[in-house]
Design a protein around this ligand. Structure first.
Ligand code: HAM
Length: 427
Protein backbone atom coordinates (compact mmCIF):
# COMPACT_ATOMS: atom_id res chain seq x y z
CA UNK A 1 0.00 0.00 0.00
CA UNK A 2 1.41 3.45 -0.85
CA UNK A 3 2.57 5.53 2.09
CA UNK A 4 0.13 8.35 1.38
CA UNK A 5 -3.53 7.97 0.54
CA UNK A 6 -6.48 10.34 0.68
CA UNK A 7 -7.74 11.04 4.22
CA UNK A 8 -10.95 9.29 5.29
CA UNK A 9 -13.98 10.82 3.61
CA UNK A 10 -11.87 12.56 0.94
CA UNK A 11 -11.65 11.36 -2.65
CA UNK A 12 -9.75 11.89 -5.88
CA UNK A 13 -12.05 12.36 -8.82
CA UNK A 14 -10.39 11.08 -11.99
CA UNK A 15 -11.54 11.10 -15.62
CA UNK A 16 -14.07 10.41 -16.98
CA UNK A 17 -15.88 11.12 -13.66
CA UNK A 18 -14.19 14.52 -13.37
CA UNK A 19 -15.67 15.52 -16.75
CA UNK A 20 -19.08 14.42 -15.51
CA UNK A 21 -18.67 16.68 -12.46
CA UNK A 22 -17.89 19.61 -14.73
CA UNK A 23 -20.88 18.84 -16.92
CA UNK A 24 -23.08 18.63 -13.81
CA UNK A 25 -22.07 22.12 -12.72
CA UNK A 26 -22.52 23.38 -16.30
CA UNK A 27 -26.08 22.02 -16.53
CA UNK A 28 -26.81 23.59 -13.15
CA UNK A 29 -25.33 26.93 -14.20
CA UNK A 30 -27.36 26.89 -17.44
CA UNK A 31 -30.56 26.11 -15.48
CA UNK A 32 -30.21 28.87 -12.91
CA UNK A 33 -28.56 31.52 -15.09
CA UNK A 34 -31.59 31.24 -17.37
CA UNK A 35 -33.57 32.36 -14.30
CA UNK A 36 -31.41 35.40 -13.52
CA UNK A 37 -28.98 33.97 -10.95
CA UNK A 38 -25.37 35.15 -10.98
CA UNK A 39 -22.41 33.18 -9.74
CA UNK A 40 -20.69 33.91 -6.45
CA UNK A 41 -17.44 32.21 -5.51
CA UNK A 42 -17.04 32.54 -1.75
CA UNK A 43 -13.81 31.49 -0.04
CA UNK A 44 -13.39 28.00 1.43
CA UNK A 45 -12.38 29.46 4.78
CA UNK A 46 -14.22 31.97 6.96
CA UNK A 47 -14.19 33.32 10.48
CA UNK A 48 -15.73 30.63 12.67
CA UNK A 49 -18.41 33.12 13.76
CA UNK A 50 -19.96 33.06 10.27
CA UNK A 51 -20.79 29.39 10.68
CA UNK A 52 -21.65 29.42 14.38
CA UNK A 53 -24.75 31.38 13.30
CA UNK A 54 -25.90 28.34 11.34
CA UNK A 55 -26.96 26.90 14.67
CA UNK A 56 -25.25 26.49 18.02
CA UNK A 57 -27.34 23.38 18.62
CA UNK A 58 -26.63 21.59 15.33
CA UNK A 59 -24.24 18.72 14.67
CA UNK A 60 -22.79 20.69 11.79
CA UNK A 61 -21.53 23.36 14.20
CA UNK A 62 -20.87 21.43 17.40
CA UNK A 63 -19.34 18.23 16.08
CA UNK A 64 -18.44 18.43 12.42
CA UNK A 65 -16.61 21.71 11.88
CA UNK A 66 -13.05 21.67 10.53
CA UNK A 67 -11.89 24.64 12.59
CA UNK A 68 -8.47 25.79 13.72
CA UNK A 69 -6.53 28.83 14.83
CA UNK A 70 -4.42 30.16 11.94
CA UNK A 71 -0.95 31.70 12.11
CA UNK A 72 -2.51 35.12 12.72
CA UNK A 73 -4.39 33.79 15.78
CA UNK A 74 -7.73 33.91 13.94
CA UNK A 75 -10.22 31.19 14.75
CA UNK A 76 -11.32 30.04 11.29
CA UNK A 77 -13.22 27.12 9.76
CA UNK A 78 -13.46 25.36 6.41
CA UNK A 79 -17.00 26.04 5.27
CA UNK A 80 -19.51 23.28 6.10
CA UNK A 81 -22.04 24.94 3.74
CA UNK A 82 -22.33 28.14 1.74
CA UNK A 83 -25.58 29.84 2.75
CA UNK A 84 -23.91 31.59 5.69
CA UNK A 85 -21.02 32.67 3.42
CA UNK A 86 -23.47 34.14 0.89
CA UNK A 87 -25.21 36.11 3.68
CA UNK A 88 -21.86 37.29 5.04
CA UNK A 89 -20.94 38.39 1.48
CA UNK A 90 -24.23 40.29 1.23
CA UNK A 91 -23.52 42.18 4.45
CA UNK A 92 -19.99 42.95 3.25
CA UNK A 93 -20.79 44.08 -0.33
CA UNK A 94 -24.47 45.05 -0.23
CA UNK A 95 -25.39 44.13 -3.84
CA UNK A 96 -28.75 45.48 -5.05
CA UNK A 97 -31.80 43.53 -3.89
CA UNK A 98 -33.24 41.18 -4.89
CA UNK A 99 -29.90 39.41 -5.05
CA UNK A 100 -30.06 36.06 -6.84
CA UNK A 101 -26.81 34.13 -6.48
CA UNK A 102 -25.66 30.61 -7.38
CA UNK A 103 -22.57 28.72 -6.28
CA UNK A 104 -20.78 25.42 -6.53
CA UNK A 105 -17.84 23.86 -4.78
CA UNK A 106 -16.58 21.77 -1.89
CA UNK A 107 -17.69 21.88 1.74
CA UNK A 108 -16.25 20.10 4.74
CA UNK A 109 -17.98 18.24 7.55
CA UNK A 110 -16.27 15.83 9.92
CA UNK A 111 -18.86 13.06 9.53
CA UNK A 112 -18.58 9.29 9.58
CA UNK A 113 -17.70 8.45 5.97
CA UNK A 114 -19.88 5.99 4.05
CA UNK A 115 -21.43 5.73 0.58
CA UNK A 116 -22.90 9.14 -0.15
CA UNK A 117 -21.46 10.72 3.01
CA UNK A 118 -18.03 12.26 2.78
CA UNK A 119 -15.93 14.73 4.74
CA UNK A 120 -15.32 16.77 1.64
CA UNK A 121 -18.39 16.92 -0.57
CA UNK A 122 -19.55 19.23 -3.32
CA UNK A 123 -22.73 21.22 -3.52
CA UNK A 124 -24.41 23.42 -6.08
CA UNK A 125 -26.93 25.90 -4.75
CA UNK A 126 -28.87 29.12 -5.11
CA UNK A 127 -29.86 31.85 -2.66
CA UNK A 128 -32.25 34.76 -3.11
CA UNK A 129 -31.97 37.68 -0.70
CA UNK A 130 -34.58 40.42 -0.47
CA UNK A 131 -38.15 39.37 -1.24
CA UNK A 132 -40.58 37.81 1.24
CA UNK A 133 -42.78 36.82 -1.71
CA UNK A 134 -43.78 33.11 -1.58
CA UNK A 135 -43.34 33.18 -5.38
CA UNK A 136 -39.59 33.14 -4.70
CA UNK A 137 -39.89 30.00 -2.56
CA UNK A 138 -41.79 28.42 -5.45
CA UNK A 139 -39.20 29.53 -8.02
CA UNK A 140 -36.36 28.14 -5.93
CA UNK A 141 -38.05 24.79 -5.34
CA UNK A 142 -39.03 24.54 -9.00
CA UNK A 143 -35.51 25.27 -10.25
CA UNK A 144 -34.13 22.38 -8.16
CA UNK A 145 -36.88 20.14 -9.49
CA UNK A 146 -36.24 21.14 -13.12
CA UNK A 147 -32.52 20.59 -12.64
CA UNK A 148 -33.08 17.00 -11.50
CA UNK A 149 -35.33 16.55 -14.52
CA UNK A 150 -32.64 17.81 -16.90
CA UNK A 151 -30.22 15.26 -15.48
CA UNK A 152 -32.79 12.63 -16.42
CA UNK A 153 -33.65 11.62 -12.84
CA UNK A 154 -37.21 10.33 -12.54
CA UNK A 155 -37.37 8.95 -9.03
CA UNK A 156 -36.68 12.12 -7.06
CA UNK A 157 -39.39 13.09 -4.60
CA UNK A 158 -40.02 16.39 -2.86
CA UNK A 159 -41.00 16.85 0.77
CA UNK A 160 -42.31 20.18 1.99
CA UNK A 161 -43.01 21.79 5.34
CA UNK A 162 -43.24 25.15 7.03
CA UNK A 163 -41.73 25.96 10.41
CA UNK A 164 -43.79 29.13 10.72
CA UNK A 165 -42.52 32.47 11.93
CA UNK A 166 -39.77 32.54 14.57
CA UNK A 167 -42.33 33.05 17.35
CA UNK A 168 -44.42 30.11 16.02
CA UNK A 169 -41.34 27.96 15.82
CA UNK A 170 -40.37 28.94 19.36
CA UNK A 171 -43.81 28.15 20.80
CA UNK A 172 -43.86 24.88 18.90
CA UNK A 173 -40.37 23.94 20.13
CA UNK A 174 -41.49 24.66 23.68
CA UNK A 175 -44.61 22.51 23.28
CA UNK A 176 -42.46 19.69 21.92
CA UNK A 177 -40.03 20.05 24.82
CA UNK A 178 -42.88 19.66 27.29
CA UNK A 179 -44.40 16.72 25.45
CA UNK A 180 -41.12 14.80 25.06
CA UNK A 181 -39.86 15.64 28.56
CA UNK A 182 -43.08 14.33 30.12
CA UNK A 183 -42.55 11.02 28.31
CA UNK A 184 -38.74 10.99 28.20
CA UNK A 185 -38.51 7.58 29.90
CA UNK A 186 -40.10 6.04 26.79
CA UNK A 187 -37.53 7.58 24.43
CA UNK A 188 -34.25 6.00 23.25
CA UNK A 189 -31.10 7.23 25.04
CA UNK A 190 -29.82 8.98 21.90
CA UNK A 191 -33.17 10.69 21.45
CA UNK A 192 -33.05 11.99 25.04
CA UNK A 193 -29.66 13.53 24.23
CA UNK A 194 -31.18 15.17 21.13
CA UNK A 195 -34.08 16.45 23.26
CA UNK A 196 -31.66 18.20 25.61
CA UNK A 197 -30.01 19.96 22.65
CA UNK A 198 -32.94 20.66 20.35
CA UNK A 199 -36.48 19.26 20.77
CA UNK A 200 -37.29 19.97 17.10
CA UNK A 201 -34.67 17.48 15.94
CA UNK A 202 -36.40 14.72 17.92
CA UNK A 203 -38.93 14.78 15.07
CA UNK A 204 -36.19 13.40 12.78
CA UNK A 205 -35.91 10.21 14.81
CA UNK A 206 -36.63 6.98 12.98
CA UNK A 207 -36.01 4.81 16.06
CA UNK A 208 -38.85 2.38 16.66
CA UNK A 209 -38.81 3.02 20.46
CA UNK A 210 -39.70 6.67 19.80
CA UNK A 211 -42.56 6.02 17.38
CA UNK A 212 -45.44 6.20 19.89
CA UNK A 213 -44.24 9.37 21.59
CA UNK A 214 -43.71 10.97 18.19
CA UNK A 215 -47.16 10.00 16.98
CA UNK A 216 -48.85 11.90 19.80
CA UNK A 217 -46.52 14.93 19.58
CA UNK A 218 -48.01 18.41 19.04
CA UNK A 219 -48.44 19.38 15.38
CA UNK A 220 -46.82 22.43 13.81
CA UNK A 221 -50.07 23.30 11.97
CA UNK A 222 -51.64 24.34 15.27
CA UNK A 223 -48.91 26.92 15.88
CA UNK A 224 -48.89 28.91 12.62
CA UNK A 225 -49.66 32.62 12.75
CA UNK A 226 -52.13 33.80 10.08
CA UNK A 227 -49.19 35.20 8.08
CA UNK A 228 -47.33 31.87 8.23
CA UNK A 229 -50.43 29.94 7.17
CA UNK A 230 -50.99 32.31 4.27
CA UNK A 231 -47.35 32.09 3.14
CA UNK A 232 -47.44 28.30 3.22
CA UNK A 233 -50.76 28.18 1.35
CA UNK A 234 -49.29 30.35 -1.41
CA UNK A 235 -46.18 28.18 -1.73
CA UNK A 236 -48.37 25.11 -2.08
CA UNK A 237 -50.64 26.81 -4.61
CA UNK A 238 -47.57 27.82 -6.65
CA UNK A 239 -46.20 24.27 -6.73
CA UNK A 240 -49.64 22.97 -7.70
CA UNK A 241 -49.83 25.52 -10.53
CA UNK A 242 -46.47 24.21 -11.83
CA UNK A 243 -47.59 20.58 -11.45
CA UNK A 244 -44.65 19.84 -9.20
CA UNK A 245 -45.65 16.92 -6.98
CA UNK A 246 -44.69 17.04 -3.29
CA UNK A 247 -45.52 15.38 -0.03
CA UNK A 248 -46.34 17.47 2.99
CA UNK A 249 -44.03 16.26 5.75
CA UNK A 250 -44.79 18.01 9.02
CA UNK A 251 -41.74 16.37 10.60
CA UNK A 252 -39.30 17.88 8.12
CA UNK A 253 -37.23 20.24 10.32
CA UNK A 254 -33.81 20.00 8.56
CA UNK A 255 -30.40 19.93 10.19
CA UNK A 256 -29.60 23.64 10.33
CA UNK A 257 -31.13 26.13 12.76
CA UNK A 258 -31.69 29.14 10.55
CA UNK A 259 -34.93 28.04 8.85
CA UNK A 260 -38.30 29.70 9.22
CA UNK A 261 -41.41 29.44 7.05
CA UNK A 262 -40.74 27.07 4.14
CA UNK A 263 -38.44 24.03 4.38
CA UNK A 264 -38.05 21.33 1.73
CA UNK A 265 -35.93 18.38 0.78
CA UNK A 266 -35.42 16.38 -2.41
CA UNK A 267 -34.93 12.66 -1.88
CA UNK A 268 -33.45 10.13 -4.29
CA UNK A 269 -35.49 7.05 -5.10
CA UNK A 270 -32.69 4.56 -4.79
CA UNK A 271 -30.07 5.48 -2.16
CA UNK A 272 -30.12 4.17 1.42
CA UNK A 273 -32.57 6.22 3.41
CA UNK A 274 -29.82 7.73 5.58
CA UNK A 275 -28.16 9.18 2.47
CA UNK A 276 -31.16 9.74 0.25
CA UNK A 277 -31.38 13.49 0.79
CA UNK A 278 -30.08 14.82 -2.51
CA UNK A 279 -30.61 18.39 -1.46
CA UNK A 280 -32.67 20.70 0.64
CA UNK A 281 -33.30 24.24 1.66
CA UNK A 282 -35.81 26.75 2.83
CA UNK A 283 -36.30 30.30 4.13
CA UNK A 284 -33.85 31.84 6.54
CA UNK A 285 -35.18 35.37 7.02
CA UNK A 286 -33.10 36.08 10.14
CA UNK A 287 -29.66 34.95 9.04
CA UNK A 288 -28.44 38.19 7.45
CA UNK A 289 -29.41 40.04 10.63
CA UNK A 290 -27.60 37.44 12.74
CA UNK A 291 -24.49 38.18 10.70
CA UNK A 292 -24.69 41.89 11.44
CA UNK A 293 -26.69 43.10 8.42
CA UNK A 294 -30.08 44.75 8.07
CA UNK A 295 -33.18 42.53 8.36
CA UNK A 296 -33.15 40.82 4.94
CA UNK A 297 -35.27 37.81 4.00
CA UNK A 298 -33.59 34.89 2.24
CA UNK A 299 -34.48 31.58 0.64
CA UNK A 300 -32.43 28.96 -1.18
CA UNK A 301 -31.26 25.39 -1.49
CA UNK A 302 -28.11 23.34 -1.86
CA UNK A 303 -27.90 20.05 -3.73
CA UNK A 304 -25.26 17.45 -2.98
CA UNK A 305 -23.31 16.75 -6.17
CA UNK A 306 -21.77 13.49 -4.90
CA UNK A 307 -25.10 12.04 -3.86
CA UNK A 308 -26.99 13.24 -6.90
CA UNK A 309 -24.43 11.54 -9.15
CA UNK A 310 -24.87 8.32 -7.15
CA UNK A 311 -28.61 8.63 -7.76
CA UNK A 312 -27.84 9.12 -11.48
CA UNK A 313 -25.74 5.92 -11.43
CA UNK A 314 -28.57 4.06 -9.76
CA UNK A 315 -31.11 5.29 -12.31
CA UNK A 316 -28.68 4.80 -15.22
CA UNK A 317 -28.86 8.43 -16.39
CA UNK A 318 -26.36 11.28 -16.94
CA UNK A 319 -23.54 8.80 -17.40
CA UNK A 320 -19.85 9.57 -17.68
CA UNK A 321 -18.79 9.81 -21.31
CA UNK A 322 -15.22 8.81 -22.26
CA UNK A 323 -13.27 11.73 -23.66
CA UNK A 324 -12.98 11.89 -27.42
CA UNK A 325 -10.09 13.32 -29.41
CA UNK A 326 -10.79 14.72 -32.87
CA UNK A 327 -7.40 14.05 -34.38
CA UNK A 328 -4.41 12.01 -33.28
CA UNK A 329 -1.08 12.76 -34.95
CA UNK A 330 1.23 9.83 -35.58
CA UNK A 331 4.75 10.96 -36.38
CA UNK A 332 7.46 8.35 -36.91
CA UNK A 333 10.09 10.92 -37.94
CA UNK A 334 11.15 12.01 -34.46
CA UNK A 335 8.22 14.02 -33.12
CA UNK A 336 8.77 17.60 -34.31
CA UNK A 337 6.09 17.21 -37.02
CA UNK A 338 3.61 16.11 -34.35
CA UNK A 339 4.54 19.11 -32.21
CA UNK A 340 3.80 21.52 -35.05
CA UNK A 341 0.65 19.80 -36.34
CA UNK A 342 -1.05 19.34 -32.96
CA UNK A 343 -0.40 23.02 -32.29
CA UNK A 344 -2.01 23.97 -35.63
CA UNK A 345 -4.98 21.68 -35.14
CA UNK A 346 -5.61 22.97 -31.60
CA UNK A 347 -5.42 26.57 -32.87
CA UNK A 348 -8.13 25.62 -35.40
CA UNK A 349 -10.38 24.49 -32.53
CA UNK A 350 -9.83 20.74 -32.84
CA UNK A 351 -9.06 18.42 -29.93
CA UNK A 352 -5.68 17.09 -30.96
CA UNK A 353 -3.35 14.63 -29.26
CA UNK A 354 -0.22 12.64 -30.09
CA UNK A 355 2.22 10.06 -28.75
CA UNK A 356 5.61 10.86 -27.20
CA UNK A 357 9.06 9.30 -26.95
CA UNK A 358 9.35 8.48 -30.67
CA UNK A 359 7.54 5.16 -30.36
CA UNK A 360 7.03 2.67 -33.22
CA UNK A 361 4.22 3.10 -35.73
CA UNK A 362 2.37 0.17 -34.15
CA UNK A 363 2.59 1.60 -30.66
CA UNK A 364 1.44 5.05 -31.86
CA UNK A 365 -1.52 3.46 -33.70
CA UNK A 366 -2.51 1.75 -30.46
CA UNK A 367 -2.33 5.08 -28.63
CA UNK A 368 -4.55 6.62 -31.33
CA UNK A 369 -7.10 3.82 -30.81
CA UNK A 370 -7.06 4.30 -27.04
CA UNK A 371 -7.65 8.03 -27.44
CA UNK A 372 -10.96 7.35 -29.26
CA UNK A 373 -9.71 9.66 -32.01
CA UNK A 374 -12.02 10.21 -34.95
CA UNK A 375 -9.16 10.75 -37.39
CA UNK A 376 -5.45 9.91 -37.42
CA UNK A 377 -2.89 11.94 -39.34
CA UNK A 378 0.22 9.95 -40.18
CA UNK A 379 3.61 11.44 -41.02
CA UNK A 380 6.39 9.03 -41.98
CA UNK A 381 9.74 9.75 -43.66
CA UNK A 382 8.20 9.80 -47.16
CA UNK A 383 5.37 12.13 -46.16
CA UNK A 384 7.86 14.45 -44.53
CA UNK A 385 10.13 14.49 -47.57
CA UNK A 386 7.18 15.15 -49.94
CA UNK A 387 5.40 17.69 -47.72
CA UNK A 388 2.39 15.36 -47.49
CA UNK A 389 0.36 13.58 -44.83
CA UNK A 390 -1.88 10.52 -44.64
CA UNK A 391 -5.38 11.08 -43.24
CA UNK A 392 -7.02 7.96 -41.83
CA UNK A 393 -10.63 7.95 -40.60
CA UNK A 394 -10.57 5.75 -37.49
CA UNK A 395 -13.96 4.16 -38.06
CA UNK A 396 -12.73 2.07 -40.95
CA UNK A 397 -13.00 4.55 -43.88
CA UNK A 398 -10.37 4.62 -46.69
CA UNK A 399 -7.20 6.52 -45.83
CA UNK A 400 -5.86 9.09 -48.31
CA UNK A 401 -2.81 11.22 -48.87
CA UNK A 402 -2.97 15.03 -49.02
CA UNK A 403 -0.49 17.86 -49.38
CA UNK A 404 0.41 19.87 -46.33
CA UNK A 405 -1.31 22.98 -47.64
CA UNK A 406 -4.66 21.21 -47.77
CA UNK A 407 -4.16 19.06 -44.64
CA UNK A 408 -6.12 21.22 -42.21
CA UNK A 409 -9.13 21.43 -44.53
CA UNK A 410 -9.06 17.68 -45.17
CA UNK A 411 -8.83 16.93 -41.45
CA UNK A 412 -11.71 19.30 -40.62
CA UNK A 413 -13.83 17.63 -43.29
CA UNK A 414 -12.90 14.11 -42.14
CA UNK A 415 -13.61 14.95 -38.48
CA UNK A 416 -16.98 16.38 -39.43
CA UNK A 417 -17.83 13.26 -41.47
CA UNK A 418 -16.80 11.00 -38.59
CA UNK A 419 -18.81 13.03 -36.03
CA UNK A 420 -22.08 13.20 -37.93
CA UNK A 421 -24.35 10.34 -36.89
CA UNK A 422 -24.79 7.49 -39.34
CA UNK A 423 -28.38 7.16 -40.66
CA UNK A 424 -28.91 4.27 -38.21
CA UNK A 425 -27.80 6.25 -35.14
CA UNK A 426 -29.93 9.23 -36.03
CA UNK A 427 -33.14 7.25 -36.25
P1 HAM B 1 -27.82 20.48 3.93
O1 HAM B 1 -29.10 19.73 3.99
O2 HAM B 1 -26.95 20.45 5.13
O3 HAM B 1 -28.21 21.98 3.59
O4 HAM B 1 -26.99 19.99 2.69
C1 HAM B 1 -27.56 19.95 1.41
C2 HAM B 1 -27.13 18.68 0.68
O5 HAM B 1 -25.70 18.53 0.69
C3 HAM B 1 -27.64 17.40 1.33
O6 HAM B 1 -28.96 17.14 0.96
C4 HAM B 1 -26.67 16.37 0.75
O7 HAM B 1 -27.05 15.98 -0.56
C5 HAM B 1 -25.38 17.15 0.67
N1 HAM B 1 -24.53 16.79 1.81
C6 HAM B 1 -24.55 17.27 3.07
N2 HAM B 1 -23.62 16.67 3.83
C7 HAM B 1 -22.98 15.77 3.05
C8 HAM B 1 -21.91 14.84 3.22
N3 HAM B 1 -21.27 14.72 4.37
N4 HAM B 1 -21.54 14.07 2.17
C9 HAM B 1 -22.16 14.18 0.96
N5 HAM B 1 -23.16 15.05 0.73
C10 HAM B 1 -23.57 15.84 1.74
C11 HAM B 1 -27.33 22.99 3.42
O8 HAM B 1 -26.14 22.83 3.30
C12 HAM B 1 -27.98 24.35 3.32
N6 HAM B 1 -26.92 25.35 3.11
C13 HAM B 1 -28.98 24.37 2.20
C14 HAM B 1 -29.64 25.70 2.01
C15 HAM B 1 -29.33 26.63 1.09
N7 HAM B 1 -30.62 26.19 2.74
C16 HAM B 1 -30.93 27.39 2.31
N8 HAM B 1 -30.13 27.68 1.32
Amino acid sequence: MPEFQTSPGMRDILAPESARWRRFVQVFADTVEAAGYEQIIPPLLEDIGVFSRVGEATDVVTKEMYDFVDKGERHVALRPEQTASVCRAYVQHRPTLPWKAWYSGPNFRYEKPQRGRYRQFDQVGIEVLGPTDPAVDVEVIALGWRFFQSLGLQKVTLRLNSLGEPADRQRYTEALRQHFTARSSELADETRATLARNPLRVLDSNRSEDADVLKSAPRIDDFYSPAASEHFAQVRAGLDALDIPYTRDERLVRGLDYYRFTTFEYAGGTLDSAQNALGGGGRYDGLVEDLGGPATPGVGFALGLDRTLLACDDEGVFSAAPSVVDVFVIDTTGGLEATVLTDQFRAAGLRADRAYDNRSMKSQMKAADRSNARVAVIIGTDERANQQAVVRPMNGGEQFTVTRSTLLDSVLRAVRAESSPTPKESQ
